[in-house]
Design a protein around this ligand. Structure first.
Ligand code: ADP
Length: 607
C-alpha cells in the first residue's frame, strides 16, 4: 500500500515536465520565426543598402568614366572606388564596355587593371545581383553589377562590379541566434527549477494526505494533515482530517459496543456460540468453552454440527429451521454426565439474507439427572408397594373365600398379612424420614456423648439378640484406649449402627465374626464394622447407598429389607459432617466405615 513512487513516474515530475515542454515548444516556435524574420530583414536591408549605394556610385561615376575614355585618367576613379569600398564592401571594380578592368578598390588586385576581366562577360544590357560563395575564402559574398551610362544616358559605357561581405551579416544573425539559444537554455533551466518547486507545492500536500489516508487505513488516527491554504487542496486536507475524526469516533463506538457485547457474553451463565452462514463457528463465549471443555483456537472455523456432535441427526439447514430447543446428550462423547439444552436462532439481515446462527446452551445435566432420579424413585416406590400389596390381596381374598373359617390356615394367613402391613409401614416410615431429611426438616439433637459407651451399648444389644436368633455370630470389639467424646444425635447414630450391624448379620452366613473397631486420628474418629459375609461385588460398591438399591433384590426382600437403610444412614452421617463408605471383597466380607469430625478435649491432652 505504501509503495514508493519513482521520481520519474511521480506527478511532481510530470507537472514540471509539462511546464518545461510547453515552454520549450513556445521558445522553439518564437525562436524559429524570430531568427528567420531577423535573417531575412537583415539580409534584405543590407542588399538594398548596398544596391542603392552602388546605384548612386554608378551615377556619380559616369562623368569620370566618360572622361576616362577621353584622357585615360584612372587615378580619380581609383580613389573614388577606394573611398567607396569601406566597411562591408570588399571590392569595387570598374570595367569598361569591352570588359577591360579600368580600376579596382582592392590594392592587391591592381595587377588586373588593363586586363580583360576574368569574370565571365556580362550581358552588357543586364545588371546582376546575386549571392555567391567566394571561391578563395569560401565566405558568402553579395555581387552587385550595375551598368554605368554615359552622361547623356543613351549608352552603356562600363560596368560597376561591387562585391560586398554578406557573410558578416549572416554572422551577426547567427550570433543573435546563439544569444537567443543561450538565453532560452537559461530560461528553460530556471523554469524547470521553478516548475519543480511549484509542482512540489501541489504534490507535497497530496503526498501528506496520501500518508494520512494510509494511517487511517491502519487505524492510526493520532495525526492530522497540515492544511497549507484555503485552496482546493486545503479543503481536501480539511475533509481528510474530518474523515479521520469521524472514522475514529465510529471506531471507538464500535469498539465500545464490541467490548460491551464481549463482557455480556463472557458473563453470561449460558453458553453462546455464533456461526457464519455456513455453520462455521466465529464466536464462542467462556461458558460454552467450559461446558464443552475446549479452547477458542480449537473450535473457531469448525462446524457447529461437529462441535455439538449433531451430524447424525441434523443438517445446518434443519438447525436454522429448528423452532424449539433440543436436548443434546454428550455423556458418551465426554465420558462424563453432560446434557445440554440448545436453543437456536438465525441471524437475518434486513434484506432477509441469512448471515448466521446463534446457539444458546444451558447445562441441564443436573436437572435431567434429578428428573431421572425422581422418575426412578416413583417407579421404585410403586414397585416396592405393589409386591406386599399383591400378596396382601391374595391372602385377604383367600380368607374372604372361606379360609377364615379354617382354624389351621387362618392364623397363619393373618400373620402374613400383618407382616406385610408392618413391612409397608416400615418402608413408608423410612421414606418419610428420607423425605424429611431431603427437605432439611430434620434437626439433629446433638449432645456430647461418650462414643465408646454408645458403641458398646448397641453391640451389647446385638449380643443379647444372638441368643434368641437362629443365626450364630460373635461380635469382637477393638477400641482405642482413649475415651472419645463427640457431639452427635444419639438416636440417629444408634439407628445407623443398628442398620449396619443388621446388614452384617443379614448378609452373613451363620457362625461368622463381626469385628467392630473404634479408632481416632487427630481430626476424626473412625468406626468400622467388618463382617465375614457375602461381600459386595466391586461394580455395586458405589451404589449400595442409593435409595432402593439392593445387590440381590430377592434375597434382600426375603430378609425384610427395603433398600432404604443405607441411604438413610448416609444422609444421617452427612448431616453430622462425617462420611460413610464401604470396602468389600465378594465372598469374603465387607467393612463399613464411618468417620465423624472429632476434636480431642483438653482434659485428654493433659492426660
Ligand atoms: P436392605 O434393606 O436391602 O438391606 P440397605 O440399604 O440396608 O437395604 O442395603 C442395601 C444393599 O446393600 C443390600 O440390599 C445388600 O445387597 C447390600 N449390603 C448392605 N450391607 C451388606 C453387607 N454387610 N454385606 C453384603 N451386602 C450388603
Amino acid at each position: 500500500m505504501n509503495k514508493k513512487i519513482r521520481f520519474f513516474s511521480s506527478v511532481h515530475f510530470k507537472i514540471a515536465l509539462v511546464f518545461v515542454l510547453l515552454l520549450m515548444i513556445s521558445i522553439e516556435i518564437i525562436g524559429a520565426i524570430f531568427i528567420r524574420e531577423l535573417e531575412s530583414t537583415t539580409i534584405r536591408s543590407f542588399e538594398e543598402n548596398v544596391t542603392s549605394q552602388v546605384e548612386t556610385l554608378a551615377t556619380n561615376i559616369s562623368g569620370e568614366l566618360s572622361k576616362y575614355h577621353e584622357d585615360s585618367k584612372e587615378g580619380n576613379l581609383k580613389r573614388t572606388l577606394s573611398e567607396f569600398a569601406k566597411s562591408d564592401i570588399l571590392e569595387a571594380r570598374l570595367i569598361d564596355d569591352k570588359g577591360i578592368v579600368i580600376a579596382t578598390s582592392d590594392p592587391n588586385l591592381q595587377g588586373d587593371i588593363g586586363k580583360k576581366n576574368d569574370f565571365e562577360l556580362f550581358n552588357t544590357l543586364n545588371q546582376r545581383r546575386e549571392e555567391q560563395r567566394d571561391p578563395v575564402t569560401g565566405r558568402r559574398v553579395y555581387i552587385n553589377i550595375q551598368q554605368a551610362f554615359s552622361p547623356t544616358g543613351d549608352s552603356v559605357i562600363g560596368f560597376l562590379y561591387v562585391k560586398s561581405d554578406i557573410e558578416s551579416k549572416y554572422q551577426e544573425v547567427n550570433d543573435i541566434a546563439v544569444i537567443f539559444l543561450t538565453a532560452s537554455m537559461i530560461a528553460l533551466t530556471v523554469s524547470l527549477i521553478i516548475a519543480l518547486f511549484v509542482s512540489r507545492t501541489i504534490t507535497k500536500p497530496i503526498g501528506e494526505m496520501r500518508q494520512q489516508a494510509v494511517r487511517i487505513a491502519n487505524g492510526d488516527y493520532s495525526r492530522k494533515v497540515e492544511v497549507y491554504g484555503k485552496d482546493e487542496l486545503g479543503q481536501l486536507g480539511e475533509t481528510i482530517n474530518e474523515v479521520s475524526a469521524r472514522t475514529e469516533e465510529a471506531q471507538e463506538t464500535m469498539e465500545a459496543e464490541r467490548r460491551r457485547l464481549d463482557s455480556v457474553l463472557s458473563h453470561m451463565t449460558d453458553g453462546v456460540i455464533g456461526t457464519d452462514r455456513r455453520g462455521n463457528i466465529i464466536l464462542i463465549n467462556e461458558t460454552a468453552l467450559d461446558l464443552l471443555d475446549t479452547q477458542t483456537e480449537t473450535v473457531l472455523g469448525k462446524s457447529i454440527l461437529d462441535l455439538l456432535c449433531l451430524n447424525d441427526d441434523y443438517s445446518f439447514r434443519s438447525l436454522l429451521e429448528q423452532q424449539e430447543g433440543i436436548l443434546i446428550d454428550l455423556t458418551e462423547e465426554y465420558d462424563a454426565a453432560l446434557i445440554l439444552r440448545a436453543e437456536f436462532s438465525m441471524i437475518r439481515r434486513e434484506s432477509g439474507f441469512i448471515s448466521g446462527l446463534v446457539c444458546v446452551l444451558h447445562d441441564v445435566t443436573e436437572k435431567e439427572r434429578d428428573e431421572e432420579e425422581r422418575r426412578q424413585f416413583v417407579s421404585n416406590v410403586s414397585h416396592e408397594l405393589r409386591t406386599p400389596l399383591t400378596s396382601l390381596r391374595s391372602y385377604l381374598e383367600a380368607l374372604a373365600d372361606g379360609a377364615w373359617k379354617d382354624p389351621e390356615v387362618a392364623p397363619e394367613f393373618l400373620k402374613v398379612t400383618q407382616e406385610e402391613t408392618n413391612r409397608m409401614i416400615r418402608m413408608i416410615n423410612d421414606l418419610l424420614q428420607l423425605s424429611r431429611m431431603d427437605s432439611n426438616k430434620v434437626e439433629l439433637k446433638k449432645e456430647l456423648v461418650n462414643l465408646n459407651e454408645l458403641f458398646d451399648y448397641v453391640l451389647n444389644r446385638f449380643d443379647m439378640v444372638v441368643k434368641d436368633s437362629d443365626k450364630n455370630y460373635t461380635i469382637k470389639r477393638e477400641y482405642t484406649r482413649r475415651t472419645i467424646w463427640v457431639e452427635i444425635d444419639t438416636d440417629r447414630m444408634v439407628q445407623v449402627l443398628d442398620n449396619i450391624l443388621n446388614n452384617a448379620i443379614k448378609y452373613s452366613p451363620s457362625g461368622g465374626t463381626i469385628t467392630c473397631r473404634l479408632l481416632e486420628t487427630h481430626k476424626n474418629v473412625i468406626l468400622s464394622i467388618t463382617d465375614e459375609g457375602l461381600g459386595i461385588p466391586k461394580q455395586n460398591l458405589g451404589r449400595v447407598f442409593d435409595r432402593f438399591y439392593r445387590v440381590d433384590r430377592a434375597r434382600s426382600r426375603a430378609m425384610g429389607g427395603s433398600g432404604l437403610g443405607l441411604a438413610i444412614s448416609k444422609e444421617s452421617i452427612q448431616a453430622h459432617g462425617g462420611s460413610i463408605w464401604v470396602e468389600s471383597e465378594e465372598g469374603k466380607g465387607s467393612t463399613f466405615f464411618i468417620t465423624l469430625p472429632y476434636e480431642p478435649y483438653e482434659e485428654d491432652l493433659w492426660e
